[in-house]
Design a protein around this ligand. Structure first.
Ligand code: HEC
Ligand code: HEC
Length: 200
């Protein structure tokens, strides 16, 4: 048996093993979410009550990060702060890096003041155009890091990514434990420094 055939048989064997192990430990469909009922049940089931933190900003306890560079969850009350509208984004009044320190809030990171997209438009032939000139094909789209002097529009709606966390006794069990590459990353992020890691 040559080496590649041997590798292939080991791979096939291990995937059969993984599949059969998964079947043995399979999670039942009634323990996947807060509903605690079979997914096939058509009756109306009442989910668990949502209980968000009520500690006002400045008095709440931060949550541990879910994984390295995960968007942190909002630990404080959001009463009166949501929804965010084009004319009213209260989040920035405390989290803007210019004031955050004096407010005791985590400053909005550099990644949120960065444009990651090239300023291009896709024309009807699938080509990229900048200022009316063809500059490449859609496969040429690159990750760019262009610092902005204002919050990137893609980051304006904070609650699209940062959510409060509901306290519930009914939360499905989760054995995931995050691995942080350095210990300070469990309470701060460094996405901008590592975003192009592994990208050629
Ligand atoms: C009145 C000031 C204030 C406002 C307004 C405010 N925050 Fe906060 N925020 C804080 C403070 C202070 C903390 C640190 C925890 C604490 O002391 O309560 C914090 C913590 C956080 C955290 C956790 C950061 C971390 O390092 O884990 C997130 C995420 C967050 N806020 C998002 C938001 C979003 C989104 C909004 C708007 C919906 C918002 N905040 C509005 C003051 C504020
Ligand atoms: C598109 C998703 C997205 C939006 C929208 C967004 N964030 Fe974030 N935020 C993230 C992610 C992902 C991280 C962690 C990685 C990083 O630093 O970018 C983060 C990190 C943060 C942190 C922690 C910074 C640190 O040093 O640890 C704060 C504070 C924060 N965001 C506040 C905000 C506020 C306030 C808004 C709205 C003005 C906002 N974010 C909008 C995804 C988002």
């Amino acid at each position: 048996m040559n080496l590649s055939k041997l590798t292939l048989s080991i791979l096939t064997f291990s995937s059969i093993l993984v599949v059969s192990m998964n079947a043995a430990n399979s999670i039942k469909d009634d323990s996947l979410g807060l509903r605690h009922e079979s997914l096939l049940k058509e009756d109306k089931v009442t989910g668990d009550e949502t209980k968000y933190g009520t500690d006002p900003a400045g008095t709440s306890t931060k949550f541990k990060r879910a994984f390295e560079n995960a968007p942190p969850m909002i630990p404080h009350d959001t009463e009166g702060l949501l929804p965010i509208t084009i004319d009213n984004n209260m989040c920035t009044s405390c989290h803007d890096p210019l004031v955050a320190e004096s407010m005791g809030a985590t400053p909005i990171p550099k990644s949120h003041f960065t444009n990651f997209r090239e300023y291009v438009a896709l024309n009807k032939d699938g080509q990229l155009e900048r200022d009316g000139k063809v500059v490449g094909n859609s496969s040429d789209l690159k990750t760019i890091k262009k610092p902005l002097d204002m919050l990137a529009n893609a980051r304006f709606n904070c609650s699209a990514c940062h959510a409060p966390q509901s306290d519930s006794a009914n939360i499905p069990k989760n054995n995931f434990t995050p691995d942080f590459r350095s210990s300070d990353l469990n309470d701060k992020s460094n996405l901008l420094d590592v975003i192009t890691e592994g990208v050629k």
